[in-house]
Design a protein around this ligand. Structure first.
Ligand code: GDP
Ligand code: MN
Ligand code: MN
Length: 247
């Protein structure tokens, strides 16, 4: 594998509920077997009708309390809480775990690129979304649903994978040898995040209108690997919630 190429899919319209993303992509780009089709979660959500109006939410006392501290609309906080399985931080921002295992600020709810007065929830289950879109493609491709996220410890947002299909989340280097012949012990590489990062770089965050990137030439394992760290192995989360309980 000497090189990999990345291609923006141009001329996609504003996505509406019910749009068939697989068909729309294939109409505009000549996919080949083995391509990895990276799709911004924003447009997956739009096609799945995940728009909500802020007025639809009735804040609970808890939502009002958090909203007061964060200086946010309590109805928005309520929307975040309804998309959350677990709260890791409630200040200085809401960091939560979604039902499908992804941890993100505001449960990944977007207010940009969605229109006035509306919010857009993440897909209910991005892995199922990725499976469905992949099944809709005529070519034998992998699909990665991406989102732009902040990261702990590092400034700046970056693209990550929140759903994938036809590609392993992790590449396993265990048992392989380094340059000096030492056996690698614990190296699992999050290839879907690395690919999502590159795709996100091309998509942009603003009004470019380019939510799909095709990555070509990367040979990858087809399945396996857990991207979301199982709760019982997540020591950072333990510590965050421990500190929260003490304060
Ligand atoms: P996110 O990273 O999934 O939250 O999505 P962003 O809001 O950052 O958008 C990623 C890319 O998709 C940007 O180039 C946006 O302009 C583009 N985009 C968002 N919605 C649409 C849409 O409905 N149609 C098209 N063609 N592009 C969109
Ligand atoms: Mn987003
Ligand atoms: Mn983005």
């Amino acid at each position: 594998m000497d090189s990999v190429s990345c291609h923006l899919v141009k001329n996609l319209p504003s996505i509406k509920e019910g749009d068939d993303l697989a068909e729309m992509i294939e109409d505009r780009f000549a996919l080949r077997d083995g391509d990895i089709v990276c799709i911004a979660s924003t447009v997956v959500s739009k096609s799945e009708g995940r728009f909500r109006r802020i007025e639809e939410y009735t804040p609970t006392a808890r939502a009002k309390e958090i909203a007061g501290e964060l200086d946010k609309d309590p109805r928005f906080v309520q929307a975040v809480l309804e998309e959350s399985e677990d709260i890791l931080l409630d200040r200085p921002f809401l960091l939560v775990a979604t039902s499908f295992g992804h941890i993100g600020v505001n449960a990944g709810i977007d207010q940009s690129n969605v229109g006035q007065g509306r919010i857009l929830l993440l897909p209910e289950c991005p892995r199922e979304s990725a499976n469905r879109i992949r099944r809709g493609l005529k070519k034998d491709c992998a699909v990665i649903v991406t989102d732009t996220c902040g990261r702990p410890f590092r400034c700046g947002v970056a693209g990550v994978a929140i759903g994938w299909s036809g590609i392993a989340a992790l590449r396993d280097w265990r048992g392989k040898r380094d340059l000096e012949g030492r056996e690698l012990e614990i190296t699992l590489e999050a290839i879907v995040d690395e690919i999502a990062g590159m795709a996100n770089l091309l998509m942009g965050e603003g009004g470019d209108g380019t939510p799909v990137v095709v990555v070509r030439g990367f040979e990858h394992p087809k399945s396996g690997g857990k991207l979301f760290r199982p709760r019982e192995l997540d020591v950072i989360r333990d510590r965050l919630q421990e500190k929260d309980r003490r304060s």
